[in-house]
Design a protein around this ligand. Structure first.
Ligand SMILES: [Zn+2]
Length: 258
């Protein structure tokens, strides 16, 4: 499995950084995890064939994880995409997103490919052949609970747990992308046996990540979604020296082979 970090930026806009978007590729097929602002430019710059993108998952509809979607659909059109695509969103937001696209003059019948919005799947499922996925809930959105009744919005966000398996279901590689968290404890149950942890460092502190992660052996840890107001140099050096942790910062265009 190959992971491409198309967008490593945090919610705070920064020159030269695209917001959250991660591609996971296996056997020539790719899924996207979140599509933040600028994702289409980053994907265009990577030169990939847009037809290889099979499915898109949106962990929550904060703009830095979602607002790149309309531009990405348009980019697909301009690159003559014909293959249908499934886009998974929080169920409660699907109708609003359909309406929003109409106000951006994005209409299905003007596209040569079909796109379908579907609710985020529950439990384990295969995103593509040999790529097993599970979305785990996080409390990142809990501060919006008071708006649920008035606006009918979702207040559960999700992280992504992804496994490459053989045809017989044997695990080959495991990867977790946290998306946005409320607390580092939300990933704790899934850390054992991971080959790669891609974890955000905007809403949680690096000290807490190191504290929790140091109890596990994870061959590679990458910090993404790092606020530009944070300098993580001292703490990453500390983690390397004290725990022999293979810890790095993500950058746009970063590729990881697992
Ligand atoms: Zn975010």
């Amino acid at each position: 499995m190959r992971i491409t970090i198309f967008g490593s930026g945090s919610g705070i806009p920064e020159i030269g950084k695209v917001q959250t978007c991660v591609g996971v590729e296996l056997d020539g097929k790719m899924i996207l995890l979140d599509v933040g602002e600028g994702a289409s430019s980053s994907i265009a710059g990577s030169g990939i064939d847009v037809n290889m993108i099979e499915k898109i998952f949106i962990s929550h509809t904060h703009a830095d994880h979602f607002i790149g979607l309309p531009r990405l659909l348009q980019y697909f059109k301009w690159r003559n995409r014909t293959k249908p695509i499934e886009i998974y969103l929080p169920a409660k937001h699907i109708d609003a997103v359909e309406k929003f696209l109409a106000f951006l003059y994005i209409f299905r019948d003007r596209f040569d490919f079909e796109y379908k919005f579907l609710p985020l799947p529950e439990g384990e499922f295969f995103a593509i052949e040999n790529l097993k996925m599970k979305l785990f809930p996080t409390k990142h959105l809990k501060k919006y609970k008071k708006y649920t009744e008035l606006y009918g919005i979702e207040t559960v966000s999700y992280g992504y747990l992804i496994e490459e398996v053989t045809n017989d279901g044997v695990n080959l590689k495991s990867f977790l992308f946290s998306s946005d968290l409320h607390s580092v404890d939300e990933v704790k149950d899934y850390l054992d046996g991971l080959d790669l942890l891609l974890i955000e460092c905007s809403h949680i502190e690096i000290e807490d990540i190191i504290d929790v992660v140091s109890d596990f052996y994870i061959p590679r840890i990458i910090l993404t979604h790092v606020s530009p107001d944070k300098d993580l140099t001292t703490m990453t050096e500390y983690a390397r020296a004290k725990f022999d942790m293979n810890i790095q910062l993500a950058y746009d265009g970063m590729k990881i082979e697992l």
